[in-house]
Design a protein around this ligand. Structure first.
Ligand code: GLU
Length: 293
């Protein structure tokens, strides 16, 4: 495990960040990108997804492009950045693929299952809650983080909202196809649904909604990006275990990704990924136990 330790030390020190010129379309980030993890020399049994990806020399990963701290497109490099992006890079490196061999694809909440089912992406790492409904059509490795749904309000909290109980019967903005939207509806909240959380900020500014609701870490990223405008209540009312979405039934690939996660917990690369991204705003949590269902 000499190589993996080396990766963790480098990532922690931020020593190996090579930015390169922009390439590709806005939604398909191409080959030139930051490099954080050295490639592992590995071989896999023929016929496995791992061998196929390694032979193809490429992995396509769906992630968010508008969620600071977890998945945010950097227009300067034309590459996404964040904790989810780092988790994707860790998985790629254990397949023997460099960061340059990752094809990023923008995912929004509603297209994650279809992207996986149609083979448009190999995996999704995108603040993606593991739940039974989704497990009917795809599988999840992980969890690799546990978030909780919360509320974002205007700075100073002019409506005096303390928690979910206070927004029942009021308009709250969230995103189609998310657990956040479902949880609000189940709680009797009126939902203004859009396609991305960043599109909820204008309705909050204008007073069309009294709050934006989704996972606390997404809201913390939006508050940090728009300093002085918004605040997170810090009163989470759900548990959102984040998983890595993959094709249903690919047990070998799921086991492989779970092994990668467990290894990253042990060798420090998970913590280094957190600290270089979400950790700039949020304290470092304990990694959750992966679920070998
Ligand atoms: N984690 C929740 C979900 O997977 C909300 C965040 C999101 O939409 O990405 O639906």
């Amino acid at each position: 495990m000499r190589i993996a330790k080396y990766a963790a030390v480098l990532a922690a020190a931020g020593a190996l960040t090579l930015t390169a010129c922009a390439s590709g379309s806005p939604n398909d980030a191409g080959n030139e990108q930051t490099t954080t993890a050295p490639v592992e020399e590995v071989t896999f049994d023929e016929g496995t997804t791992m061998a196929k990806l390694q032979n193809a020399g490429k992995i396509t990963i769906g992630t968010k492009y508008d969620q600071p701290l977890f998945g945010l497109m950097n227009p300067g490099t034309n590459q996404p950045e964040g904790f989810d992006v780092e988790i994707g890079k860790l998985i790629a490196s254990k397949l023997g693929l460099s960061d340059k061999q990752i094809q990023w694809k923008e995912a929004v909440s509603a297209n994650r299952e279809p992207f996986i089912q149609n083979g448009e992406v190999d995996i999704v790492v995108a603040t993606y809650t593991i739940n039974d409904e989704r497990k009917q059509v795809i599988d999840f490795a992980g969890p690799y983080y546990i978030a909780g749904q919360d509320l974002l309000v205007l700075q100073g909290n002019p409506e005096g909202i303390k928690g979910i109980e206070d927004v029942k019967g009021k308009q709250v903005c969230s995103v189609t196809g998310s657990t956040s939207e479902q949880n609000l509806q189940a709680a009797g909240v009126e939902v203004l649904a859009t396609d991305t959380y960043s599109n909820c900020l204008e309705p909050l500014r204008s007073g069309q909604v009294v709050a934006v609701s989704t996972d606390n870490v997404i809201l913390a990223g939006l508050a940090d990006q728009n300093q002085g405008e918004f605040e997170v209540l810090d009163n989470p009312f759900t548990e959102e275990p984040y998983g890595i979405g993959l094709k249903k039934g690919d047990q070998e690939f799921r086991n492989f990704i779970n092994d990668v996660l467990e290894q990253s917990y042990e060798d420090g690369s998970w913590a280094a990924a957190w600290e270089s991204t979400a950790g700039k705003v949020l304290s470092t949590p304990e990694p959750p136990a992966v679920d070998r269902y």
